[in-house]
Design a protein around this ligand. Structure first.
Ligand SMILES: *Cc1c(COP(=O)(O)O)cnc(C)c1O
Length: 398
């Protein structure tokens, strides 16, 4: 059986897959089984933050695997404690962390923290969490309900848990708060929803208001976190101090790891929460190495240089092709080009792939760019060369 048929026969059909199979990677390059080279401006949906086959990460993971992969959270885990310390130091926030394996699991932890806070601090036992339209918070039953996209709340999986309210904009949050509301959960740049950043001023105003009311601000940094925004956290860039922050995608450079961090340092007691795999030796040692790599990339201003290069290419694309693109959106190395229509968006992504370039789709007809944070100048230049060639073909056929 060939690979496509093997997959179709034995793996549940929950993804609309492309059947290209990649066999090797190097930096921002991927190589398929038929020998073709691709520039990867998607990094596995913002996950491969230090590029593919990063030698330092590979070495750290191999060395760790030879010693210990997993013992469970019944015992203390040295790289887990060190990783928590490192994340706290880099963020500048006085917090503690809990480790899981994914973004959805991190957000589940955030919901539990907010609900316990509501139980403990309000006579009316506040539990409701307000989220935004176009948000994305995960695929578990709870996080899919937290996600503010009605199309994802299909009756196929009902009933969904109570306690989530979606509103259209940050402005609409104020009126929506009632005596059951305990928290607001937002992404600072809505990733899946179209790479849409919020205004600094409206986020700061919201944070200030919630603090004064004793309500919690949860920032879902599963996609924006770990230098994706240009700063360690997008919360740092926005100049706010959230009560709860979640991380996942870029943290492990491809190893499955997620984390929830909170300034409610004593919210949990033994028995409140857990995860069998969460924070094990392999994923936390890997994440420590990822942070070490990215911290020096940041300090030596190489991330800034890559952002500037993306800025200029994307501005040029948006300006020179108004019949295809409306405008450029995003922040840091989390970028997008809004397309004229869903058809245009689809053809840009598939034409780019034909030309050996991986770009992703996001909501609101956006073509999304999430390159490895370590991508080289040559890879960026080559990627946009391919992108321009792909877009020219669309223009010719319009
Ligand atoms: C990807 C993503 C999630 C879900 O993460 P998983 O690891 O797929 O569970 C949650 N929130 C945001 C903002 C994301 O981008």
């Amino acid at each position: 059986m060939n690979l496509e048929n093997l997959d179709k026969e034995y793996v549940l059909h929950s993804y609309g897959r492309n059947y290209t199979s990649f066999v090797k990677g190097e930096g921002a390059k991927l190589f398929s089984s038929d020998g073709k080279e691709y520039i990867d401006f998607g990094s596995g949906i913002g996950v491969c933050s230090v590029g593919h086959a990063n030698p330092k990460l590979a070495e750290a993971v191999c060395e760790q695997a030879k010693k210990l992969i997993h013992t469970s959270n019944l015992w203390v885990i040295e790289p887990q404690a060190k990783l928590a310390q490192r994340i706290v130091e880099l963020s500048g926030y006085d917090m503690r962390l809990f480790f899981g394996n994914s973004g959805a699991e991190a957000n589940e932890g955030a919901v539990k923290i907010a609900r316990k806070y509501g139980q403990q601090n309000f006579e009316s036992k506040r539990y409701k969490i307000i989220t935004l339209e176009h948000s994305f918070h995960g695929r578990t039953i709870t996080t899919v309900k937290a996600t503010g996209q009605e199309k994802m709340h299909t009756p196929n999986f009902s009933p969904y848990p109570d306690g989530f309210l979606h509103v259209k904009s940050i402005d609409a949050i104020y009126k929506a708060i009632d005596s059951d509301t305990v928290a607001v959960m937002i992404e600072l740049v809505q990733g899946e929803g179209g790479v849409q950043p919020f205004l600094k001023s409206e986020v700061q105003e919201l944070a200030k208001f919630l603090k004064a009311e004793g309500l919690l601000l949860i920032v879902d940094e599963v996609q924006t976190g770990v230098y994706r925004s240009g700063e360690f956290l997008a919360s740092n860039y926005y100049g706010i101090e959230p009560d709860i922050i979640t991380l996942a995608k870029g943290l492990g450079g491809g190893l499955p790891i997620g984390a929830v961090m909170t300034s409610l340092k004593d919210i949990f007691e033994p028995g409140d929460h857990g995860s069998t795999f969460g924070g094990n030796y392999l994923s936390t040692q890997g994440a420590l190495t990822v942070l070490e790599i990215l911290e020096s990339e940041y300090k030596e201003e190489r991330i800034e240089e890559r952002i500037a290069l993306f800025d200029s290419y994307l501005a040029k694309m948006a300006d020179s092709l108004p019949q295809i693109f409306e405008y450029s959106v995003g922040l840091g190395l989390m970028r997008g080009l809004r397309c004229k229509s869903a058809e245009v968006q689809n053809s840009v992504v598939s034409k780019a792939f034909e030309h050996g370039l991986i770009v992703l789709k996001a909501g609101r007809n956006t073509v999304r760019f999430l390159p490895p944070l370590t991508i080289t100048k040559e890879e960026i230049v080559e990627g946009f060369k391919r992108f321009e060639a792909a877009v020219m073909e669309i223009e010719d056929s319009e």
